[in-house]
Write a protein that binds this ligand. Structure first.
Ligand SMILES: O=C(O)CCC(=O)C(=O)O
Ligand SMILES: [Fe+2]
Length: 471
């Protein structure tokens, strides 16, 4: 595939080639995966009025926070209205993206990038080096925070996008404060735990030109996003579909709204309460669709694990192995885009335990393996202590080789009842060593008698005494 990938033209070029009546077979996604078609949703998609979050009364704010929590839990998706980002700015950035994709193939090659973590990358499909079937999509992907990078062409694109990135980042951070509160945490808990001051923001522009056989091709296959929340806008042409209650539903966007979806790192952080939503982009045979997704995540160096407060305080087992965000990103971006396969790797320990273990002690032991990878040293220490003191006879289990799992849907985690800690036996009174008696002090002998100088007893003979007789 590497040869085909290396010579793969942009989808724009292919779509514009004269007389294209059918798609080349390596764009036929239907051969690869029989994806069910989408329909319009039975109920209306959740709508969040952003202005009530920032300037509503206390009651209005707490209602919006409840709505955000419910939307994250039931849908993994909501539309945000009254967000304060000017519509003119949104439209101008979409227009500038269109101009970028209009650059010549050679001009765009300057921004191609090599590595999946390069700050500026453009190309076609998702990861053409790894794919067997390609997607009907060209893209530009730029890391815009904590450092702002951007292509130097077309003129003015970078300045306009900087403004747009900053405005959407503010909206995303405000929404994440609401998300944090909706989880029963302080509004700044998530922000601090995931170091959002240094949070990664990625600007992703997608171009989906008209496709002669839209029912066979796929713009973007089913996937979840890696970050916390993604804010998406489009050029008034629909195509986004999300999975809801096992069915694919069309997202019919409200004018001037952000389409917001939950990402894998929100699922990890909330310990599975807010699942990242599966979504895909369908294509059409009439007009070009452009979308801009702003992915907002933790800082690249944060090791993300389920929020300790959600695990410790609520007596839950963490359901995901911790991983540095940067490594997760490299893993997801460096492979084929395949549903939630990347996130599933972090879930495997628990899943395989659930699937194979009949014995709660094995569940406990494997949980300790999970826990020992976690940052909360208190939980790890408690769990290890428990294992050592209550289960000394349990042999280390021989874990079978895990096949590329066809795993059943994860049933809800059972609450593991931890046995009470054993009584600590009282320590025997220590035998104190015998302290030897002090030796007698030596007797102080009489001081030697001082020798006094001998005082002469007779006067010297030659002393002359004056005569005492009267003269
Ligand atoms: O274009 C769309 O509607 C979806 C894009 C998307 O999912 C993404 O860029 O991650
Ligand atoms: Fe996405």
């Amino acid at each position: 595939m590497a040869t085909a990938a290396a010579s793969l033209p942009s989808i724009k070029l292919l779509a514009e080639s004269a007389d294209l009546k059918s798609i080349p077979s390596h764009y036929d996604y239907s051969k690869n995966a029989n994806e069910p078609t989408a329909s319009d949703p039975d109920e209306s998609l959740p709508i969040i009025d952003f202005s009530l979050l920032t300037s509503g009364t206390l009651d209005q704010r707490s209602k919006v926070i409840d709505d955000i929590g419910r939307a994250c839990q039931d849908w993994g998706f909501f539309m945000v209205v009254n967000h304060g980002v000017p519509e003119t700015l949104m439209k101008a950035v979409i227009g500038a993206c269109n101009e970028f994709f209009d650059l010549t193939e050679e001009e765009k090659r300057e921004f191609e990038g090599k590595d999946v973590l390069d700050p500026i990358r453009c190309g076609t499909s998702f990861n053409a080096q790894k794919e067997k079937v390609f997607f009907w999509r060209d893209f530009l992907k730029v890391l815009v925070h904590p450092q702002f990078h951007f292509p130097s062409k077309p003129l003015g694109f970078s300045e306009l996008s900087l403004e747009y990135c900053e405005r959407t980042r503010k909206v995303a951070r405000e929404l994440l404060r609401g998300v944090s509160e909706s989880l029963g945490l302080e509004d700044c808990y998530l922000d601090k735990a995931l170091d959002l001051d240094m949070g990664l923001q990625v600007f992703i522009a997608n171009l989906y030109p008209p496709c002669p056989q839209p029912e066979l091709a796929m713009g973007m296959p089913p996937h979840s996003d890696h970050g916390l929340l993604t804010l998406l806008i489009q050029n008034d042409v629909g195509g986004l579909q999300i999975q809801h209650n096992g069915k694919w539903v069309n997202v019919n966007a409200l004018p001037n709204s952000f389409l917001v979806n939950t990402g894998d790192h929100l699922e990890i952080f909330s310990n599975g309460k807010y699942k990242s939503v599966m979504h895909r982009a369908a294509v059409n045979n009439k007009v070009t669709r452009i979308s801009i997704a702003m992915a907002n995540g933790p800082s690249m160096d944060t090791i993300v694990s389920p929020a300790p407060k959600l695990v410790e305080d609520r007596n839950r087992l963490p359901a995901y192995v911790p991983m540095k965000y940067k490594e997760y990103l490299a893993l997801q971006q460096g492979n084929q885009l395949d549903g939630k396969s990347c996130l599933d790797r972090l879930l495997l320990v628990i899943k395989s335990t659930m699937a194979r273990s009949q014995h709660p002690s094995i569940l406990l032991m494997l949980s300790v393996v999970t826990l020992s990878l976690m940052s909360s040293s208190k939980i790890v220490a408690d769990a290890r202590h428990l294992l050592e003191t209550t289960l000394p006879e349990v042999p280390k289990p021989e874990l079978p080789e895990l096949p590329k799992p066809e795993l059943p849907e994860l049933p809800p985690l059972p609450k593991v009842e931890l046995p009470p800690l054993p009584d600590v036996p009282s320590l025997p009174k220590p035998e104190l060593p015998h302290v030897p008696e002090l030796p007698h002090l030596p007797e102080i002998h009489d001081l030697p008698k001082p020798t006094f100088p001998t005082i002469p007893t007779s006067l010297p003979k030659d002393i002359h005494f004056p005569s005492l007789s009267p003269p």
